[in-house]
Design a protein around this ligand. Structure first.
Ligand code: ZN
Length: 150
């Protein structure tokens, strides 16, 4: 175990034990659900959208440490951001997890996400890490579709 691995593990465990933005929103703009049957991870995502920006996001999640930590980091990364920027963050994260090289550029506010890079070594767990992000993408699409209705 290198020092970096230890730091990464600490970051993941911190988010797992103290998930950020955990809970529900009573009247969200959109609500989406995600399941990863392979592992038993389950997520319900609540999002409030104001002026094309994510003003609030909450996750009601039950799953493994990778899934919970990934969701917690995701919520921190996109809360307060525009839908467009959030989509860009999802793209960056997916590139890091699925692209040819994990060495993608992460701006300072996304540095925690680097802790999940190591999951690339365990293909089965990549689904755990991606579940919150795919659930977010669905929420963004739903919010966009909804906003077209006058
Ligand atoms: Zn899992």
């Amino acid at each position: 175990m290198s020092l970096a691995d230890d730091l990464y593990r600490e970051t993941i465990l911190d988010h797992y034990h103290h998930p950020r933005n955990s809970g529900t929103i009573e009247h969200p703009t959109v609500r989406t659900e995600g399941v990863n049957p392979l592992c038993g991870d389950e997520i319900t995502l609540y999002m409030t959208v104001d002026n094309d920006a994510i003003s609030d996001i909450k996750l009601d999640a039950h799953g493994c440490s990778i899934n919970m930590a990934s969701g917690s980091m995701m919520s921190e990364a996109v809360k307060g951001q525009s839908l467009e920027h959030a989509q860009e963050v999802v793209r960056t994260f997916k590139e890091m997890m699925l692209g040819p090289s994990p060495d993608v550029f992460l701006p300072e506010e996304l540095e925690d996400l680097e802790a999940l890079q190591g999951v690339r070594k365990y293909p089965v767990r990549i689904k755990c890490a991606l579940l919150p992000w795919n659930t977010l993408l669905e929420a963004i699409e739903k919010a966009r579709a909804g906003s077209k209705i006058p």
